[in-house]
Design a protein around this ligand. Structure first.
Ligand code: 5GP
Ligand code: MN
Length: 318
């Protein structure tokens, strides 16, 4: 498979749909919209379907055209962005499965390669950076709008250019966008340095409940469905909570679990600082992600979830 094969598929298709993972973050929304805008440059119209996402991303160019569902039942081409697993596609599984051709573009090491064509680069710190290289290869002019979407994904997935996946290319590409007039500091402020009130309230709960375990190497904290209701949480309001534990000196793994009433279980988020591969740990429970950031779903009560996670972590902690 080459990038030319992907371009070939795009050129052949009339009805195109772009999908991404549930609870979409900046990289998911940013890469989906960047793809839509880039296809426009190639003379193609595409639907982006996302059922719900944080209002912090509503400023992105093209966001007003995001659909929650579509009347089209069989697309010529479906493109999955920033998603490692078909079962994580946000309300989009059916559109993906019924599409005549399927392309997966991603940067998760745990990607299940569920497309006909899979373009996955685990070395890339964001799906948006994978796209940047792809658009350059296709000769697509990365204009201010596309650049705004791409830099949003890069900023959110790298924690503001802080994580180890960041390379000189990340900075060079961002510098190029700055020269084109993309307001990088404005985007940074909007997507990383702005907290909703509900997120702030959840922060307080999570900090108060945080336990430091395993001789200071692990933190555990949680929020319940009731907490989310109480603070009127909206989609995305839990973002960043798992990072609080990870930033404590000496901590290797931070565990944050969030109760989901609909599934009668917990959405698990893990972060690590150095040597623990949390993606491997989450894979044991049917999830996945990246070496230092991963997640899974566990359909058990809180104590059992906590015990099972700690049991696995004990095996890999030094
Ligand atoms: P978060 O903890 O922010 O929800 O997710 C961290 C990383 O792990 C993200 O890259 C996300 O895509 C991935 N991830 C989170 N939950 C799951 C899951 O249930 N399955 C898989 N395969 N990946 C997940
Ligand atoms: Mn991503």
């Amino acid at each position: 498979m080459t990038l030319d094969d992907i371009l070939e598929e795009v050129k052949k298709a009339d009805k195109i749909v772009i999908l991404t993972h549930e609870a979409p973050d900046g990289d998911a929304v940013g890469s989906s919209l960047a793809m839509k805008l880039a296809l426009k440059e190639l003379g193609k119209q595409a639907d982006v379907i996302i059922t719900e996402y944080s209002r912090l991303f509503k400023f992105l160019p093209g966001a007003e055209e995001i659909k929650q569902e579509s009347d089209i039942k069989e697309y010529d081409l479906a493109i999955s962005m920033d998603c490692a697993d078909l079962k994580r596609l946000d309300g989009g599984e059916e559109y993906f499965e019924t599409a005549k051709r399927k392309i997966v573009i991603d940067h998760h090491g745990s990607n299940k390669m569920f497309g006909d064509l899979n373009f996955v680069n685990p070395a890339s710190p964001a799906c948006c950076e994978v796209l940047a290289g792809m658009f350059e290869y296709f000769g697509i002019n990365i204009n201010k709008e596309i650049g705004t979407c791409l830099v949003t994904g890069i900023i959110t997935d790298t924690g503001g250019f802080r994580y180890s996946g960041v390379t000189s290319e990340t900075f060079e590409f961002t510098a190029e966008l700055l020269r084109k007039g993309v307001k990088v500091s404005d985007i940074y402020k909007r997507v990383l340095d702005t907290k909703t009130i509900a997120n702030f309230e959840l922060n307080k709960l999570v900090v108060n409940r945080m336990e430091i375990l395993e001789e200071g190497r692990v933190t555990f904290t949680y929020i319940t469905a009731e907490d989310l209701e109480k603070v009127n949480a909206e989609p995305g309001d839990h973002e960043g909570l798992v990072e609080i534990g990870r930033d404590i000196e000496g901590v290797e793994v931070s565990i944050f679990i969030r109760e989901e009433k609909e599934i009668n279980g917990y959405k698990v988020s893990l972060r690590s600082n150095d040597y623990v591969n949390v993606s491997d740990v989450c894979l044991l429970f049917g999830g996945g992600g990246h070496i230092h950031a991963a997640g899974c779903v566990m359909l058990e009560d809180m104590e059992t979830v906590k015990k099972k996670l700690l049991n696995e972590l004990k095996k890999v902690l030094k």
